[in-house]
Design a protein around this ligand. Structure first.
Ligand code: MYR
Length: 131
């Protein structure tokens, strides 16, 4: 189950990923220490997500397979949806500013939540621990 609160523990290739996303260096430096914490609450095919970081606190509701809008901390707007594939969440989101697609997955590996990101051939991961 994904339910619970997850605190980012470490990231892989995340600064490079942000660079490919077009985020400037100052923001990348800040974002690499964003203390991201997400709380996931699944009820059937509905999710409630609370995202807390040094940048902001936002709450998001989505239903699996249903498109919704989401803005990154820098204001970049995305539109897309999550699907459950086995016990993995797979998200496909399109940037509104350039039409390019960002895909992401969430899976539980051992006692960690691993979120992968892919955009324009660049891959990154952020690994969360229960907290
Ligand atoms: C959620 O389930 O947390 C809300 C929807 C998340 C959409 C996809 C998030 C992609 C984040 C990419 C971060 C890269 C920053 C350059």
């Amino acid at each position: 189950t994904f339910n619970g609160t997850w605190k980012v523990d470490r990231s892989e290739n995340y600064e490079k990923f942000m660079e490919v996303m077009g985020i400037n260096m100052v923001k990348r430096k800040l974002a690499s220490h964003d203390n991201l914490k997400i709380t996931l609450e699944q009820t059937g095919d509905k999710f409630h997500v609370k995202e807390v970081s040094t940048f902001r606190t936002v709450e998001i509701d989505f239903t699996l397979g249903v498109n919704f809008e989401y803005s990154l901390a820098d204001g970049t707007e995305l539109s897309g949806s999550w699907l459950m594939e086995g016990d993995m969440l797979k998200g496909t989101f399109t940037r509104k500013d350039n039409g390019k697609v960002l895909t992401t997955t969430r899976k539980i590996i051992g006692d960690e939540l691993v979120q992968s990101y892919s955009y324009e051939g660049c891959e990154a991961k952020r690994i969360f621990k229960r907290g």
